[in-house]
Design a protein around this ligand. Structure first.
Ligand SMILES: [Mg+2]
Length: 211
């Protein structure tokens, strides 16, 4: 039975420094102002919704009747080509990860597929599991993880999950997956890499973390 690589998208397959996130963030704020929420109240409300629901969107769905497709189309309307370019190094690294490769993201599938296309790695990814697949119950809540494992027909013990947020990996680790944090600060028990392009090297030295 082959391994499955479960890859986060934002800040994992492309870096936070790309600047893209700031544009998406500005769109989220604009969307909320469009609902009639005063600009001065937007930051505190976002903090509250993120703390309670995990994502701004989930709070807007619960309290403002927001349609998730409408929200995601609006906030992801950014010029991806200005921020993302084909990444041959990433493409090669993903190609060296034996097994199935899927993307698991709290964003929309349309955004994920567009990003993968701009990075030139869409052909490396078998399937995208997005927020709608998770029934709008975002990572790190376990619901989406269980549903994804069912869909993959895979045991957690045969999966490697890769994410830039330790809390998302904590859930995966509790389920029995091997976990790799993309970042600079070690958070055991998760293995650590500075970049996803370092993942194939982890397999060559499985007892060692990149930190
Ligand atoms: Mg991320």
């Amino acid at each position: 039975m082959s391994l499955t690589w479960i890859l986060d998208l934002d800040n994992t397959l492309y870096p936070a420094a790309s600047g893209l996130f700031r544009l998406i963030d500005a769109n989220i704020q604009a969307f909320m102002r469009g609902l009639g929420i005063p600009a001065s109240e937007v930051p505190a409300l976002r903090d509250r919704y993120r703390a309670r629901y995990g994502l701004t969107l989930c709070g807007l769905m619960a309290h403002h009747g927001v349609d998730p497709d409408e929200y995601q189309t609006f906030v992801h309307d950014v010029p991806l080509g200005a921020f993302l370019a084909p990444d041959p190094e990433l493409d090669a690294a993903l190609g060296r990860l034996d097994g199935r490769r899927v993307v698991f993201t709290n964003g929309s599938g349309a955004h994920a597929r567009a990003v993968l296309g701009h990075l030139g790695v869409a052909h490396r990814v078998e399937r995208v599991f997005d927020l709608s697949f998770m029934d709008y119950t975002p990572k790190p809540q376990p619901h989406g993880y269980h549903k994804m494992l069912d869909a993959l027909g895979s045991a957690a013990e045969r999966c490697w999950m890769v994410d830039d947020l330790p809390e998302n990996l904590d859930t995966a680790s509790a389920l029995g997956m091997a976990t790799v944090l993309v970042g600079a600060v070690p958070r055991p028990p998760h293995l650590l890499v500075a970049s996803v392009v370092d993942l194939p090297g982890l397999l060559l030295a499985p007892s060692r973390t990149a930190g």
